[in-house]
Design a protein around this ligand. Structure first.
Ligand SMILES: NC(=O)c1ccc[n+]([C@@H]2O[C@H](COP(=O)([O-])OP(=O)(O)OC[C@H]3O[C@@H](n4cnc5c(N)ncnc54)[C@H](O)[C@@H]3O)[C@@H](O)[C@H]2O)c1
Ligand SMILES: O=C(O)CC[C@@H](O)C(=O)O
Length: 529
């Protein structure tokens, strides 16, 4: 059955076209995102959900989304998606971080000009038949200081345009390196310095716990008298009540807002002030940007749904379409080693170390570690997948560490899992041969060579003559057919392990009979499907 995608917001038709070209069934319901009940009733039929900002992907919605694998946001901000809830359910959330950056930067610049020359008010007055030439006295922006708060994709586009307009550009962004600042031609400053010096302040950060009300009453009071403020990033970055007061007092000369603390903004403290310019969240609204983000999100979602490639996910490492086939067998290996450890463990795992050796260290080890954790937890949490696994492990107090080192043995690539439990350590290693099939090659210190089969028995026993005959007899009595048999031991007469692939399931009675065979220390049935 081909994957199915729902487009629940108004996206360029380019998106649906791409989905269809990529063999994906697509339903376009551009207003469904605004009706949470109808959306909740429909979402169970879809593998992918493509949205803009009207659809709210809440934990409740996700609970109804039993098939959902990916939410694609045609835009930057994913604040309308409950990302932790999506992650906990194993749903990838991806966005298009660059598709609308130029368009949003142009809107910020347009708002700055609108403020500097009072264009909206002058337009309204002129079209009302008044010729109020003396009412509107603007300011030049040339030679003025532009303070950019948040110098990422959009902020740096704004900075470059500000420099092009002969402004002096200063930027506050704790993550902006001095080198990047130099390349851009901006001066990196602290926030207080920016507030004190900027004639125009333009905000370009996401809304986070650190940036909420970054322009608080206190910080607005630190701005230069006569400063003008542009917010084309997110509502909530500015204390709107405090800004209104500063506008009324004349401390702030003007404000241009595209985004508001509450959207849709039908009323707002800033509305009605003569020096306020507002647009209804139009920062990304150009035909070019909408075409780009729709194309990009449809490509990214299709790549994930059809090839397992992950780009621009906010809750999982990226895996390119080229990497995906190379990584796939190692992800499968890591997951199966995790499944082995999870099924063999007799007590809860407290710590998992995943050790990568050789060529595999050059691949996306985080994705493999996530798969290993998901395998480890699957015996107790059936539905878990690699997206949710790292978070679930953290919640359950399982410490996870990842170690990479050069190849130390005969294998080009080796993955070893050490799972520490209150009852000891389970150590298992595996590799992928050129046939692309993952296999176990060591358990503890004992070498074996076994492919994974859907149904297996893992035995640890004393290496004694006659044991294998008795074991095979027990299986024969239960009418269980052996498919393959892999043996290993530390020394003659020492500790031995066996990994036995069988056809079908091992009845419980046969397992207890095997457990009672002389010399058996542990017998565990394993599932690897
Ligand atoms: N109005 C619109 O329609 C529209 C369109 C596109 C994007 N946006 C919004 O614009 C904002 C910026 O988008 P972007 O693509 O440039 O994102 P980005 O991730 O490329 O850049 C954000 C920058 O903010 C910086 N930052 C983070 N925390 C900070 C802090 N506490 N103080 C200062 N800087 C901080 C980051 O280091 C980063 O450089 C986002 O909120 C996005 O949702 C709005
Ligand atoms: O989709 C939109 O119109 C707004 C998008 C914008 O807020 C974003 O974060 O990309």
């Amino acid at each position: 059955m081909p994957p199915r995608v729902l487009i629940s917001d108004s996206l360029s038709p380019a998106a649906a076209q791409i989905f269809r070209l990529r063999g994906i069934e697509v339903d376009c319901e551009p207003t469904l995102g605004k009706d949470s009940d109808k959306l909740a009733a429909a979402i169970g039929d879809y593998d992918g959900l493509a949205i803009r900002s009207a659809t709210k992907v809440t934990a409740d919605l996700l609970q109804r989304a039993s098939r959902l694998k990916v939410v694609g946001r045609a835009g930057v901000g994913v604040d309308n998606v409950d990302v932790p809830a999506a992650t906990a359910r194993g749903v990838i959330v991806m966005n298009t971080p660059f598709g609308n950056s130029v368009t949003a930067a142009e809107h910020a610049i347009a708002l700055m000009f609108a403020l500097a020359r009072e264009i909206p008010a002058a337009d309204a007055s002129t079209q009302a038949g008044k010729w109020e030439k003396n009412r509107f006295m603007g300011v030049e922006i040339t030679g003025k200081t532009l303070g950019v708060v948040g110098c990422g994709n959009i902020g740096s586009n704004v900075a470059e345009r500000g420099i092009g307009l002969k402004m002096r550009v200063i930027a506050f962004d704790p993550y902006l390196t001095e080198e990047r600042a130099r390349t851009l031609g901006v001066e990196k400053v602290e926030l207080d310095d920016l507030l004190a010096r900027a004639d125009f302040i333009t905000l370009h950060t996401p809304l986070t716990a650190h940036t909420k009300n970054i322009l608080s009453a206190e910080n607005i009071a630190k701005t230069k008298k006569g400063a003008r403020i542009v917010n084309c990033a997110r509502g909530g970055l500015v204390d709107e009540e405090a800004l209104r007061k500063a506008l009324d007092d004349g401390h702030i000369a003007g404000a241009a807002f595209d985004v508001f603390a509450k959207e849709p903004a039908t009323e707002n403290p800033l509305f009605g002030h003569p020096h306020v310019v507002c647009t209804p969240h139009l920062g990304a609204s150009t035909s070019e940007a909408q075409e780009k983000v729709a194309l990009q999100i449809a490509e990214q979602m299709s790549d994930y749904l059809t090839r397992g490639a992950i780009a621009n996910a906010v809750n999982f490492p990226s895996i390119t379409a080229e990497e995906a086939p190379r990584l796939k067998p190692f992800i499968e290996l890591a997951e199966k080693l995790g499944l082995f450890a999870g099924q063999v463990a007799r007590a809860g795992v407290e710590k998992l170390s995943v050790v990568y050796e050789g060529a595999v260290t050059l691949e996306k080890t985080r994705a493999m570690t996530a798969a290993a954790i998901s395998g480890l937890l699957r015996p107790i949490l059936e539905d878990i997948n690699a997206v949710a696994a790292p978070v679930v492990a953290k919640e359950r107090g399982v410490a996870v560490e990842e170690i990479t080192r050069e190849a130390q043995g005969d294998y080009e690539s080796l993955i070893t899992l050490n799972a520490l439990t209150a009852q000891g350590e389970i150590r298992v290693s595996g590799t992928v041969f050129h046939d692309g099939k993952p296999r176990i090659i060591r358990i503890g210190d004992i070498g074996v060579d076994a492919e994974f089969s859907p149904s297996m028995i893992y035995l640890t026993n004393e290496d004694r003559p006659g044991f294998i005959g008795r074991f095979a007899g027990a299986l024969g009595d239960a009418e269980v057919n052996i498919a393959t048999f892999a043996l290993g031991r530390d020394r003659p007469g020492g500790q031995a392990v066996a990994l036995v692939a069988i056809d079908g399931d091992l009845p419980a009675r046969a397992l207890s009979k095997i457990e009672r065979l002389p010399g058996v220390k542990q017998a565990v049935t394993l599932k690897f499907s």
